[in-house]
Design a protein around this ligand. Structure first.
Ligand SMILES: [Zn+2]
Length: 185
């Protein structure tokens, strides 16, 4: 799937053109089904949340075409009661699916500095931070998740901060003396 995505996306920087991968996708689907038959719910639960979100992003990139579809998927999953979401090929913790969807929704960019980390496979790495921590009952939802680069994630978790919700659509975060207004819709 990484190869398929690599070919489909092309690369603006190097001028490598996108190449359709319809036949490869059919092959992928065919083998995914066989794997599922042999080992249902292929476990990804041994992964860390960040690792599982990376795995989920492969599935999400393949499944959702545009921002509105992602928005609807977030709405569908964020209030669901089940802990686990089973896709055609594997199971993910629902929270990780939602976090991964929100990363895609935000264009894999840090909401503070706009940076994302380019990976060798051509995709981007960012992290999902809970405004109210998960262990304090904070939900994994558009309202409580901001997408950050690893540096800002650590600063957000460890730094001196004040959080003020403006309304349901934006939050003001004062982090080590600097104020950032972040979008929540
Ligand atoms: Zn950042």
């Amino acid at each position: 799937m990484l190869h398929i995505i690599y070919r489909e996306e092309g690369n603006l920087n190097t001028g490598r053109k996108p190449v359709g991968q319809k036949a490869m996708r059919q092959l992928y689907d065919q083998f995914s089904k066989q794997i599922k038959t042999k080992a249902p719910n292929t476990a990804v639960s041994k992964l860390t949340d960040e690792e599982e979100q990376e795995a989920a992003s492969i599935y999400i990139r393949a499944k959702y075409e545009n921002k509105e579809e992602i928005r609807q998927a977030i709405a569908k999953y964020e209030n669901q009661n089940s802990e686990v979401v089973t896709t055609t090929t594997t199971s993910f913790k629902r929270n990780n699916i939602v976090a991964s969807l929100i990363k895609q929704y935000r264009g894999y960019k840090c909401q503070i500095c706009g940076i994302s980390i380019l990976k060798s496979d051509g995709t981007y790495y960012v992290e999902a931070a809970h405004i109210m921590p998960h262990h304090q009952g904070g939900t994994t939802s558009l309202y409580n998740i901001i997408i950050l680069c690893p540096n800002h994630h650590k600063e957000f978790d460890l730094g001196r901060k004040k959080v003020k919700y403006i309304d349901t659509s934006s939050v003001e975060i004062m982090l080590n003396g600097t104020v950032y207004q972040l979008n929540l819709i």
